[in-house]
Design a protein around this ligand. Structure first.
Ligand SMILES: Cc1cc2nc3c(=O)[nH]c(=O)nc-3n(C[C@H](O)[C@H](O)[C@H](O)COP(=O)(O)O)c2cc1C
Length: 177
């Protein structure tokens, strides 16, 4: 494997969910690049059925304190609330499945890859009370609140251990299930 390829896999395989953040703010140019990663993501039929509420100021973050059950997330210097607009998304005709949440998830995953490359830690936080978030941020009723992504410099140096993952044998079906 050449160095470029190794760098690519390292980036994804070394990523871990970070739940404790230092107080160091995220540089505005880094925030801009993360938002650009969201904007450039792929989506079904290129519908881009997403909105992201970006909160990096102290007062804005404090307003979301009660949304989190883990103290670490309250310290995250950057919060990105990932939202899906099903009315804008592509729907598969055969079974009427709406792809809005898939599209939002792809955009977030690409942004998390960018954050990792920027030396930032991040964590998806789906265990929130969406109606509380909606009320605090004025998110319209037809918009789904998928998750909050907490981003910032990790408090501690990352120790990368192998994460418990299913084996390939458990999840890959060659040719037929
Ligand atoms: C869709 C999604 C929702 C998640 N929600 C939460 C959450 O609410 N709180 C939390 O602490 N971690 C949350 N996580 C992080 C997962 O627990 C974590 O990704 C998983 O344990 C694997 O660990 P790793 O990310 O360090 O590889 C979420 C992850 C994903 C992908």
């Amino acid at each position: 494997m050449d160095d470029k390829l190794k760098g690519f896999y390292d980036l994804f395989w070394r990523r871990r969910s970070i739940r404790e953040f230092s107080e160091r703010p995220v540089e505005p140019e880094k925030i801009d690049r993360l938002l650009e990663a969201l904007r450039r993501a792929q989506s079904a039929a290129n519908r881009q059925p997403w909105h992201f509420v970006v909160i990096s100021d102290k007062a804005g973050r404090a307003a979301l304190d009660e949304v989190f059950t883990k103290e670490g997330f309250r310290k995250a210097p950057l919060l990105i609330v990932a939202c899906a607009d099903q009315s804008q998304a592509w729907t598969r005709r055969a079974d009427k499945i709406n792809y809005a949440w898939v599209d939002v998830t792809i955009a977030v995953t690409e942004m998390i890859g960018a954050a990792t490359a920027e030396g930032l830690g991040s964590c998806w936080v789906a265990a929130i009370e969406p109606e509380l978030v909606r009320e605090k941020l004025g998110i319209p009723g037809q918009i789904d609140i998928v998750a909050i992504i907490a981003v910032g410099y990790p408090e501690k140096e990352l120790v990368v251990e192998d994460k418990a993952r299913k084996s390939l044998a458990e999840i890959i079906h060659h040719g037929k299930w």
